[in-house]
Ligand binder design. Structure first.
Ligand SMILES: C[S@@+](CC[C@H](N)C(=O)[O-])C[C@H]1O[C@@H](n2cnc3c(N)ncnc32)[C@H](O)[C@@H]1O
Length: 260
């Protein structure tokens, strides 16, 4: 079933994914400065309340808190939420940030009664389930923002992925080798990827895990429709946090929507 792989990758084998992405924490600082410029440009400067949906180890939430935002991060993986709490302490923002284990599919219930100025959803954290579930997640977020509040989505672009499709990929971080074997369906815009994690040992490699991802990628017009159907108003889109226009080759897509 779509989405089942998320528990395998982010919970059962969350340690492997964490090794892979731990190094991205410092890099998020610059991206977060761009994100803060975007938020401030829409009227949400220092002190605004931001929900980081699917925050992982809180790399954007913590940098936002360091800039003076009040942040709540939610993620389904207890390991990542625990690490986010540690990092918040290390960066001196434990008092301005809160990290909770919650399932995005029930985020309305998990944060019932809370209100935010903005929701951010970064690094391709939508599209893990079916389209109706994605719509439900962003509809629940609408109920969590004040009138005029915004949703900032940053995700992989379907246009660029299909134009620059790479069937294989190999990555290494320290002793961990990761192989990607990808298939992309033009009928469903879903990418099926087998992630094979291999640990380097004296005699060669040992298989640590094989996980089958199944991920929907959206074009810009599909995202606009999805958000509008969920009750948001589309406001702007960019290809990066320098706010350049989306393009067919830009592999990232940033969408800004606003609550009525
Ligand atoms: C690609 S990572 C991106 C994390 C983070 N936004 C970043 O930029 O580092 C996706 C995250 O979504 C979380 N996730 C996946 N499905 C979820 C769900 N149903 N509810 C809450 N979190 C979920 C995973 O645990 C993982 O941390």
């Amino acid at each position: 079933m779509a989405g089942d792989w998320t528990e395998e990758l982010f919970i059962r084998h969350g340690d492997l994914y964490q090794v892979l992405l731990e190094g991205m924490f410092p890099r998020a600082e610059e991206e977060t400065r761009g994100l803060a410029r975007l938020l401030a440009g829409r009227g949400f400067g220092t002190g605004a309340a931001v929900l980081d949906l699917n925050c992982r180890i809180g790399r954007h939430a913590i940098h936002l808190a360091r800039l003076g935002y009040r942040v709540v991060g939610v993620d389904m993986s207890p390991r990542y939420i625990q690490r986010a709490g540690q990092l918040a302490i290390e960066h001196g923002v434990a008092g301005d940030s809160e990290f909770l284990v919650a399932d995005a599919r029930k985020v309305g219930e998990a944060l019932s009664g809370r209100k935010f100025d903005a929701v951010i959803n970064m690094f391709t954290s939508l599209g893990y389930y079916d389209e109706e579930t994605d719509r439900s997640i962003i509809r629940q977020c609408l109920g969590l923002v004040r009138s005029g509040g915004i949703f900032v989505l940053e995700t992989g672009s379907r246009d660029s992925i299909s134009r620059n499709f790479q069937p294989f990929g190999v990555f290494r971080v320290d002793d961990l080798l990761l192989l990607h074997e990808r298939e992309f369906s033009l009928e469903t815009s879903r990418m099926k990827t087998v992630w094979t994690f291999l640990e380097t040992i004296d005699e060669g490699y040992r298989l640590s895990a094989e996980i089958h991802l199944n991920h929907r990628f959206y074009c810009l017009h599909e995202l606009i429709r999805l958000f509008e159907e969920a009750g948001w108003h589309y406001r702007a889109s960019y290809r990066d946090f320098e706010f350049r226009e989306p393009s067919l080759d830009g592999n990232r897509l940033i969408l800004v929507c606003q609550s009525p």
